[in-house]
Design a protein around this ligand. Structure first.
Ligand code: NI
Length: 182
């Protein structure tokens, strides 16, 4: 396990479509070790999610804190080759950040309710139904596998703010929203 270097916006790996990982490959020690490092790196930088392309590996893998209370506590869930299905048509706007776009926040519309199917780290398929914050996190992370950043999803750039100004002017008023980097 190790702490990996996080790619920042502008690095081409963040704009590439990541490749599918096949079932046999998932079980290989190199991939298992990579998953451990991805989790360690997410914790190290207090993220609530981290996708493989963000650490320069163009693979369809991400990790996320689904029970995150905004403080980064809890267990990481591993998603490999995820597929998202939107349930209903309700979209909600909420604050997002990204470890690849440090110290910036913006309001992003996301589906409020989704279903996600993926392989776990033993290459077994599982499905989860998620709403609100965890649904937002996995949509943000899945986007990274397709080279999409949260800026691309914003309706307008008007809400873009630096972290310091976010804390000063927006965090308290919107305290129900998450304040974490994905
Ligand atoms: Ni991100």
């Amino acid at each position: 396990m190790s702490i990996l270097k996080v790619a920042r916006m502008g690095h081409p790996v963040l704009r590439a479509k990541a490749r599918t990982v096949d079932k046999l490959e998932v079980k290989q020690p190199a991939v298992q070790e990579f998953i451990d490092s991805l989790i360690d790196t997410m914790f190290e930088y207090s993220g609530v999610g981290l996708a493989a392309p963000q650490v320069h590996e163009s693979l369809r893998i991400f990790v996320a804190m689904l029970d995150a209370d905004g403080q980064g506590e809890g267990d990481a869930t591993v998603f490999i080759n995820p597929e998202i299905t939107v349930v209903g048509d309700l979209k909600v706007e909420g604050w997002e950040g990204c470890l690849s776009i440090p110290d910036v926040r913006g309001r992003v519309p996301r589906a409020q309710h989704i279903r996600i199917s993926a392989l776990d780290r033993t290459a077994k398929r599982f499905e989860l139904e998620l709403k609100d914050f965890p649904a937002r996190v996995v949509q943000h992370e899945s986007d990274h596998l397709d080279g999409v950043l949260f800026f691309d999803r914003m309706k307008s750039l008007e809400s873009l703010t630096y972290l310091e100004e976010y804390s000063r002017y927006h965090a308290r008023r919107d305290k129900d929203d998450d304040e974490d980097d994905d």
